[in-house]
Every structure is written in C-alpha cells, then in structure tokens.
Write a protein that binds this ligand. Sequence first.
Ligand code: SAM
Length: 433
Amino acid sequence: MLGRQERTFKLSIEKLVYGGKGLGRYNGRAVFVPMVAPNDVVIVEETARKSGYSEAKVVKLLNKSEFRTRPLCPYFGKCGGCDWQHVKYEHQVRFKREIVEENLQKIGKIRKPNIDEVVPSPSPWYYRNRAQLKVKSGRVGFFAKGTHNVIDIDRCYLLKKEIHDVMPKLKKLLKFLPTEPSDFHIYCSSKSEVLLKIVYPGKFKKVEISLENVREILELNVVGFGIYKSGSDGYPERIKFFGRDFTYENVGKFKFRVSADSFFQVNEFQVENLIDRVSRAAMEYQYMLAGDLYCGVGTFTIPVGRYVHRAFGVEANFSAISDALYNKDINGLRNVTFYCKPTEEALDILREYSPDFIVLDPPRSGLTQKVLKEIANLPRLKKIVYVSCNPSTLARDVALFHQFGINMEKAKVIDMFPQTYHVETIAYLRKVR
Ligand SMILES: C[S@@+](CC[C@H](N)C(=O)[O-])C[C@H]1O[C@@H](n2cnc3c(N)ncnc32)[C@H](O)[C@@H]1O
C-alpha cells in the first residue's frame, strides 16, 4: 500500500490523449488525469496504479495552461457528456489532429502522415441533433462521469436549440408514465421535427398518453413517439409507435428520410461537409462502380452515386436500409442498389460487383480482418475513403491495408463532436499495386 504522500505529486501535463485525459510523467511513469490541459502544472493524487501507468485526479491547479477557457455549462466536470469544455475550441481541434497523427504514426506505422487542417464545427455549441437521456428516480440527465448515477440537468449546450432545455419538460412527462423508463432518446431533425423513444429496461405498465399530450408537454413538434424495451445488443427494441416514425434531413441538395431506428450523423452543421469531403473523392476520376459498406440511410452512397456509373450500399440495419431505398428514389438516383446484410455476410456481393471505389464507415470497432482482406483483394479497386470515429481502429486498419499495397495518401479530421474527445477522420487510401 502506498502512503497518502507518495500518492500525491506534482505533474506537468504534456498532451491530451484519445479518451479525453491528459498525460503527464512522474518518475518516467505515464500518469493519466481527467479535466486538464497541456501545459497545466497540477498536484495530483494517484487513484489507481495499473501495469505501466497510473490514473490520478487533480488536487490543485498550480499553473493554468494558456489553452484553458471557462466552461459554459454548470454541469461540466460532473456530467459524463463532455470532456474538453475547459479547452479553447481552436485548441480542441488542434489536439484532435495531433491524436489522429499519433495513432497513424504509432499504430498505423506511417512516419509522417499527411493530415489536412481540421474542418472545425461551424458552431461548437448547439450542434447535436440527438441525445440519449438517462432517467432515475425522477431525475433526467446524463450519467455522472465514470458512473451509472444519473445527474439531474436542466439543459445541455451541445444539443440543438430546440431540445437543449427539454429535460425539465421530460420530467413533466414522467408524471404521465405509470412506470419510470430508463432512457429517453430524443432526435430533432433539420426540419425541427422531433422523434422520441421511451425505453424500459424491464416490465412496465401500459402507457396511455397520446401524441397530442406528448407534444403539449414537451412544447415541441413531436411527430411520433415510441415505446421500446432495452435490447440485449444495446439497441432498444420497438414495442409500439404512435404517430410518424420518421423524419427528413435536408443536407445541401440532398434529402434523406431518417427513421426513428436508423443512424444519422449527429452534428447538424457538419453533415454537409462530411458528405462533401467523401463525395469529392469520387469526382477526381471516372470511377465505374462504388461500394459503400456500413451505408446507413445512404448518406454517402447517394451523393457518391451521382459521380459514378453505378453504386451499391450494404447495411445491417433493416430500418436504415428501408430509408436508403426510399432516399435513392426521392433523390432521383436510378443507378444505386442497397443490400440489407452485415458486411461480413455480403462478401459475395462485394466480389460480384468488384468496385473500383469503396466508402467505409464502420462502427468504432473498425473492420474485421476477413472484411478488410476481401476489400484489399478486389481486383479493380483503386480508391478507399475510410470514415472513422475511432482513430485507433482506423490506424490499425490503415496498417493492415498497407500490407496489401494500399496506402493512405491523406487524412482529414472533420470535427463532428466539439467539447468531447471524439474525433471523426476521413482517410483517403489508394491501391498502388
Ligand atoms: C457510423 S454508422 C455510418 C452510417 C452512414 N455511413 C452514415 O454516415 O450515416 C455505421 C453504420 O453501420 C451499421 N452497421 C453496424 N455493424 C454493421 C455490420 N456488421 N455490417 C453492416 N452494417 C453495420 C450501423 O447500423 C450504422 O448504420
């Protein structure tokens, strides 16, 4: 056991790392500390000792970093939603770029990765179109940092203006629900149409409230709400839906139907930039056939489809693929096809099409080795645009692609998640042999 004195020491913070914490070194040992900024000098108390590194918390701030700013939100530090509100926004994006660079160097094995300037979010606040709010004993909010305790909040500055102060109204709604749910999932589209999911972890009594009542209580244009039970895979399972279970997103010249159970990019101000940076890559050459794996509602398949001869999308979620099929029609595309399958089970489709242009936007876990190998061995493949929300798995996959003669030419960070450590990267890869 360490004595209290040995566990408390002075630390200079070198940098921020993926996960949001700051890194300092004490006697050569890596120490990770939350809620700090590079160049902070702090007294910390060690909270955990692991093999090769320690975790610690700040006891006293001795020297304040020039990168610090005053957090806007009164819940910052307690609420688990944000990590970096205490860091000036222009530096947040710089640190994200450095994190991507380091991952591409260390894991991706690229000595000097070519990374463009970050595309910052046009607004670092009020950008999120959806939230998964937690409910416990009448409290509505988010989990407190590192715990499953729900902290009661009355607003969130990351949420778009229409829903940033919806929590007190959701509390009012609780009074009309005979059983307390565990979650409210709220989504507000670019047309200010709101979809609400009321999620129950176990048994619950029948919900008798009408859509009209929900609309009145929330004072929002709720077009539909659903009753869900927590699914074993983390995705809630629908029991019943009242009203319309979809809305529309207008993004530049494209329109997307997005259903309550489909994924759509969360930063309302950045979706167009993301689509633009992905589809621009398809314009640079006369590609014949584009494949979009993990395609969601066709967010990239449809824009890319305008520049290639034919395109296809693969997606595991039935709701998303139904939207995608609808979206190709409302956007007037006849050369696009969609398949509802997990990518791992769509390898024969991939082989048959033999695309020369591929878009990838997998979940955080990245690609499985089998999928990656199949893509890498496509005989006509020329270009891959890999969109990733996890720089470590992106870097791992970039290194694996390199073994197949596919090199990363450039990467670009589009900041979809201001005030948090989360980072969205587009990596552009080309097959060289
Ligand atoms: C990060 S989202 C990207 C969606 C889309 N590209 C977009 O930008 O809206 C990842 C998508 O992959 C889907 N997905 C997850 N696992 C999958 C799998 N094994 N095969 C195919 N799709 C999968 C999810 O349902 C989700 O729609």
